[in-house]
Design a protein around this ligand. Structure first.
Ligand code: FPP
Length: 247
């Protein structure tokens, strides 16, 4: 049976976050260098976005570069940055045609100037698009984000713009890099690793976690369907009982 027919379009996750893992291993298995793996990861990015769009997923967040990734060899870091700049430039017409709004989370000012400039330009040009929000997590680490959030909230308290008693989950949400995004519903990680790796810790509090052995460059439409089908077969209770959910 066609996998797509098994998907209930009324309950697709609103926000899907992806840890695109396994590029290096994929390349190694082919006797190639790691950068070759990242380049081939782009096809999986395109296919994921197409499929998400087709199913009506409104928010897709991709873990493209973590705060820890700066420790990789300079050659690989430079290649990843170049890949980001070139892809953003190349895909801008596609973002416009498909009304995709591009967004970024992370310590963006730590990126090379050229990458920042291209990114900000694409964000500005796509800001009115409304069919899907595509967020790139770049130089992103969830703990760094939380530290940054605490600093910004503390400044407001010191400046008497905010009372300590009024700090609640909403205030924290509004100070995270993801202030304009809903909570994550489904997190997909490829390559068989079963970790969250400092990705959207606060935002994934109630997310369904889906792990697949497929390496990122091999991730295709059918694999995305599998993740959605699994998500739809799980019961999300948010702390309630099954009976309360079905009432
Ligand atoms: C993890 O695989 C992947 C990354 C650190 C980079 C992800 C980047 C891409 C898919 C390229 C597309 C980027 C854009 C423009 C959005 P890994 O290198 O950790 O693989 P390994 O675990 O097998 O070594």
């Amino acid at each position: 049976m066609d996998k797509k027919l098994r998907i209930n379009l009324d309950i697709v996750p609103k926000h899907v976050a992806v840890i695109m893992d396994g590029n290096g291993r994929w390349a190694k298995s082919k006797g190639m260098n790691r950068v070759f793996g990242h380049k081939n990861g782009l096809k999986a990015v395109r296919e994921t976005l197409e499929t998400a769009g087709e199913l009506g997923v409104k928010f897709v967040t991709l873990y493209a570069f973590s705060t820890e990734n700066w420790k990789r060899p300079k050659l690989e870091v430079d290649a990843l940055m170049k890949l980001l700049v070139n892809s953003l430039k190349k895909e801008l017409p596609t973002f416009q045609e498909n009304k995709i709004k591009v967004n970024a989370i992370g310590n963006i000012t730590s990126l090379p100037k050229r990458a920042q400039k291209t990114l900000l330009n694409v964000i500005e040009k796509t800001k009115e698009n409304d069919s899907m929000t595509l967020t790139f997590a770049l130089s992103y680490g969830s703990r760094e984000e939380i530290v940054n959030t605490i600093k910004n909230i503390s400044k407001k308290v010191v400046n008497k713009e905010l009372e300590i008693e009024n700090i609640d989950e909403n205030i924290i949400n509004n100070h995270l890099y993801t202030f304009n995004l809903p909570d994550v519903d489904l997190m997909i990680r490829t390559s068989g690793e079963k970790r969250i790796s400092n990705f959207l810790l606060w935002q994934m509090a109630y997310a369904e976690l889906y792990f697949t052995n497929v390496l990122w460059p091999d991730f295709r439409k059918e694999d995305f369907y599998d993740a959605i089908i699994e998500y739809q077969n799980r019961e999300r209770r948010f702390g309630k009982t099954s009976e309360q959910i079905t009432e």
